[in-house]
Design a protein around this ligand. Structure first.
Ligand code: SF4
Length: 217
């Protein structure tokens, strides 16, 4: 399995080059993006991030003091704006009371303990928690998303019936815990899902078209 996963990565990296993720100016902005991108297209998230930036609210210290309704108005482009405004407030409250708004303090925590803690914050599920751990804090955890599941299941590696932890475990069991590598591998899979492995796949032009294994499309 290790060779198979590395083979996928090699083909993607050769096709797309290094992805240099996550698209954000600061680690704190990564967390905003990770929360806002739930069930929303990234182009819409960018609009919400810009609105927060223009309002000088791209800081959890400021979010903690901000009015939730005003926040909902600003993040409206990212859909589910009331829930997302509440999620930003919830994270800000947790981040302030537990870590005094310091990502450095947060980074010092044991990874699994911190992950459990993050999963207890309103609207933070495994994918969001892992995005925060990997892309904002530089912790070696593999992020799984819908693209990852679709690509692996279409190639008969793991079926869609498996849960988040099974997909993540597959990568983390077989690949070294390397932050830069996990960062780029996830980003490559997102690119592949965006460009080729959509609900209607474009296998004939895809960098993985010659991958051995069963193709379930
Ligand atoms: S588009 Fe086709 S070849 Fe490419 S990853 Fe998806 S199923 Fe595989």
């Amino acid at each position: 399995m290790k060779r198979r996963l590395l083979g996928i990565y090699a083909k993607l990296h050769a096709a797309f080059g290094p992805r240099a993720w996550w698209p954000a100016d600061t680690p704190e902005e990564v967390i905003f993006g990770a929360i806002l991108t739930q069930n929303a297209a990234w182009s819409n998230v960018v609009q919400a991030l810009q609105a927060l930036k223009d309002a000088h609210l791209l800081s959890f210290r400021r979010i903690d003091a901000a009015d939730q309704q005003e926040l909902a108005r600003l993040v409206r482009p990212a859909r589910y704006f009331n829930q997302k405004a509440r999620a930003l407030k919830a994270f800000a409250g947790y981040f302030g009371s537990r870590y005094h708004y310091s990502l450095e303090r947060m980074r010092r925590r044991d990874t699994l303990e911190l992950r459990d803690e993050l999963l207890g914050v309103y609207r933070i599920g495994p994918e969001t928690a892992d995005c925060i751990l990997l892309y904002a804090l530089g912790k070696p955890v593999f992020v799984v998303d819908a693209y990852t599941k679709r690509i692996l299941s279409r190639h008969g590696i793991l079926s869609m019936q498996h849960g988040y932890d099974d997909f993540q475990g597959l990568f983390m069991k077989h690949l070294p815990p390397d932050v830069a590598f996990y960062n780029d591998f996830h980003a490559q899979l997102v690119k592949l899902g965006n460009v080729y492995c959509s609900p209607k796949p474009r296998c004939e032009a895809c960098p993985l078209r010659n991958l051995r294994g069963r193709l379930n499309v």
